[in-house]
Write a protein that binds this ligand. Structure first.
Ligand code: PLP
Length: 421
């Protein structure tokens, strides 16, 4: 890189940081709204706890020691920065734009979730809470929470649907190895949304000594904001890496959307770069025409779920519908409120990718790159490859490789009729 290029890169980064701070200040507003979405729909007791958290976070995000501790762990514990890798053979196969992978799969514990958990465990410590609780579906957020609890010496309890416990025994055992207590939830559909409700109940009872670590950009304010901020390290790095490698910004960014945290994390530092297309890929499961999907931005309607106003899967009476995806991490009936807003103002686009297309991309990524992606991430990759084919060879698409697929080997083996024991 020449001296002039260096200077313009530095100048660009400086204006970006100024612009970003402005954007951070306005989104969400101080009541936690992104346009009509977000907010805080909770009981009186939780209102107080959320206010306490909001105040602590607003203070600590300007605290040099807190931010230094956060970045120290991102570097030395998580292993950041994660590479921005040119997927040369996937690019050849797709035939068009260059496909770059943001390698969150290489993080400690194998996914992006750890970034947020480090941030929230530090919040718990600074707020003087010795106990953390978390909800988990497939177990990924439970493992990340149990990991940081061990790292920071916090007591940890994880709520998990009884049906999910039966399906995900390796993750349950892993949480136990990490010293966490795993509590089965037998109410409702015995899955993630019931675990979330149960965790909220625990928090109401134990607010004095307990911090609730939410795993995605959903839930009541300030969670969608603070989880996004902690995950924004993904986009900040990707932006810098792309400028360094190519001297220009990417043309498009693609990320899978469950609750929406890996997508918000990579989108956020690009929000003001209107020339960069931001695309979220929801799971279309067995097809949007069936009822077996988890695509609230494509097929849902506006309502209130887990304390926030957003798009969700509900029937005419407002009952939350059961959802389905081959990838457990995307199987959530709601979505973070900031995505709802970005969809409405058309700053981001949302597509739906079904199981079959995700599986195809999963296999191609293994065969052509030697990378075993999470089934979640394969949804984003599938769309990116189809998009690349419509674009120019000079164009750049960044795909957020949100996690690695070791956890999906039993699912894949079953599909392929392979016995593992
Ligand atoms: C949990 C998970 C997701 C979905 O969560 P988001 O909040 O939408 O990012 C995606 N990918 C992986 C690997 C996950 O573990």
């Amino acid at each position: 890189m020449t001296h002039t290029e260096h200077n313009s890169l530095a100048a660009d980064t400086a204006t970006r940081v100024a612009g970003l701070n402005e954007a951070l200040a306005v989104m969400p507003d101080e009541t936690g709204h992104f346009g009509p979405y977000g907010g805080r729909f909770v009981s009186e007791v939780l209102m107080t706890a959320l206010q306490e958290l909001d105040e602590a976070y607003r203070r600590l995000k300007h605290d040099k020691k807190f931010m230094a501790d956060f970045h120290y762990d991102l570097q030395h514990y998580v292993g950041r920065p994660s590479p921005l890798y040119f997927a040369e053979r996937l690019t050849q196969q797709a035939g068009g734009a260059r496909i770059m992978l943001k390698r969150e799969d290489l993080n400690h514990t194998g996914a992006h979730k750890i970034n947020n958990c480090i941030g929230q465990a530090l919040l718990a410590k600074h707020m003087g809470k010795p106990r953390v609780i978390a909800e988990t579906g497939a177990g990924q957020h439970g493992v990340a929470s149990a990991t940081v609890a061990a790292r920071f010496g916090l007591k940890c309890r994880v709520y998990m649907g009884a049906d999910d416990i039966a399906r995900q025994s390796p993750n349950v055992y892993r949480m136990k190895l990490l010293g966490a207590e795993v509590v089965p939830v037998t109410s409702g559909s015995r899955t993630l949304k019931d675990a979330l409700s149960e965790a909220m109940r625990d928090w109401v009872t134990n607010v004095d000594d307990t911090y609730y670590i939410i795993g995605t950009v959903a839930g009541p304010h300030p969670y969608p904001m603070l989880v996004r901020d902690f995950q924004s390290v993904i986009g900040t790095e990707a932006r810098q890496q792309c400028l360094q490698q190519f001297g220009k910004l990417p043309d498009a960014i693609v990320a899978c959307v469950g609750g929406g945290s890996n997508a918000m994390g990579i989108f956020h530092p690009f929000l003001e770069d209107s020339q960069v297309r931001l695309i979220g890929a929801e799971p279309a499961g067995r097809g949007l025409a069936t009822s077996q999907h988890a695509a609230p931005l494509s097929r849902g309607s506006v309502g209130i779920l887990h304390g926030t106003r957003t798009y969700l899967m509900q029937d005419e009476d407002g009952q939350v519908l059961d959802t389905y995806s081959i990838s457990a991490g995307l199987d959530y009936p709601g979505v973070g409120p900031e995505h709802a807003w970005l969809k409405d103002i058309k700053r981001a686009e949302y597509v739906a990718v079904d199981d079959q297309r995700a599986l195809h991309a999963f296999r191609q990524c293994n065969l052509l790159e030697g990378i075993l992606p999470a089934l979640e991430s394969a949804h984003g990759l599938a769309h990116a490859m189809e998009l690349a084919a419509t674009m120019d060879k000079e164009d750049i698409i960044i795909v957020n490789m949100s996690g690695r697929g070791d956890k999906d080997i039993p699912t894949m083996a079953k599909i392929d009729g392979m016995r593992l024991d």
